[in-house]
Ligand binder design. Structure first.
Ligand code: MTE
Length: 328
């Protein structure tokens, strides 16, 4: 089994946004925060980083590395990928998911499949994964907050999973709903988003060979904070499209409501394709802080962001003729 080095954890670097967040929580508690909801998936670290570097953990998974879907770029460390996370059900600070997800139980797991498909019902995780052997793919992982990582995910193509449900011709979109367990997820006590977390893709995006249903990273099962036991990875889109801990997959004819779009429609579009030419209203998307190699925080280097996160050759044709500024 491969070993991955674990350099020191990425530190806090966006303090002003955490101040913003606290103010927002306060105002919300007074029922005054509707306009401030626009802060969105953009709030930085508001918790201290873990004291010790995390050691790789979780059950090893046998998954050969894909030759087609990989990148020569330096990998992010296990430590940074598993200690610097966004998973608001466990808290809004980057260190909160790793700190607070210990009580969460990702086994056993079932997923409800519904909507415009010939095969619907409740499926176990093992059943969902059956159509395809696990493989490892190294993808760039670009958060809308303008940090990025390079992560070896383990999973199966999303399309292989969805095809077996035989979506009908009315299925134009597929929606993902994620788990909501207040007793195990302290972040759900705060109305940061309209829970449960929801995301969706257009059918052709979901069926694209790059879209991955991930169950692991670095050759091991996903840690809770990374979305155990299964999550979405859509590497040409901002990270928030990657719904964690999915419990429901539903085929829709209309474009589904998604959590971030609902929270702040002017900041988080339905498509959310990585696009250096379209800035977020409050910061540039033309560059990103690459958390890899020597850790993150202040030491992370800034690199230019590529259209579709570097996957333009593979996916640009999905959007032929569309105005990507209007459909951000
Ligand atoms: N899924 C759920 N259920 N809840 C969340 O808060 N955060 C999203 C996405 N999936 C989130 C989620 C955001 S904003 C990002 S950037 C990625 O997960 C982060 O994935 P990572 O922590 O594995 O890097």
């Amino acid at each position: 089994m491969k070993r991955y080095r674990a350099p020191p954890v990425a530190g806090s670097e966006i303090t002003p946004e955490s101040v913003y967040l606290q103010r927002r929580h306060f105002l919300r508690s007074l029922g005054l925060a509707a306009p401030l909801l626009a802060s969105g998936c953009s709030r930085g670290e508001d918790g201290a980083p873990p004291a010790a570097a995390a050691e790789p953990s979780g059950k090893p998974l046998a998954a050969p590395r894909s030759e087609r879907w990989t990148t020569g770029e330096e990998l992010t460390s296990w430590n940074d990928a598993t200690q610097y996370n966004n998973y608001y059900e466990f808290g809004t600070g980057k260190g909160d998911p790793a700190r607070n997800a210990g009580r969460f139980k990702p086994q056993p797991w079932t997923v409800e499949v519904a909507g415009h498909a010939e095969v619907i019902g409740r499926f176990t995780l093992e059943d969902l994964l059956k159509p395809h052997a696990l493989e490892e793919r190294v993808y760039r992982h670009r958060c809308v907050e303008a940090w990025s990582m390079v992560i070896p995910w383990v999973g199966i193509p999303l399309g292989a999973c969805l095809a077996r449900f035989k979506p009908t011709s009315r299925a134009k979109y597929v929606a993902f709903t994620t788990v909501q367990r207040p007793a195990e997820m302290p972040g759900l006590a705060y109305p940061v988003l309209d829970w449960p977390y929801r995301e969706a893709l257009r059918m052709d995006e979901a069926m694209h060979p790059l879209s991955l249903l991930a169950v692991g990273l670095y050759g091991r099962e996903l840690p809770n904070q990374n979305g155990a036991p299964l999550r979405l990875i859509v590497p040409w889109k901002y990270g928030f499209k990657g719904a964690k801990s999915i419990v429901r997959i539903e085929f829709w004819e209309r474009q589904p409501v998604t959590s971030w779009n609902l929270a702040a429609p002017t900041e988080y579009g339905f498509y959310s394709n990585v696009n250096p030419a379209v800035d977020h209203p409050r910061w540039t998307q033309s560059s990103e802080r690459r958390i890899a190699g020597n850790g993150g925080g202040l030491f992370a280097r800034r690199i230019a962001t590529q259209p579709f996160n570097g996957y333009a050759e593979d996916v640009a044709s999905l959007y032929a003729g569309m105005d990507l500024r209007a459909n951000f």
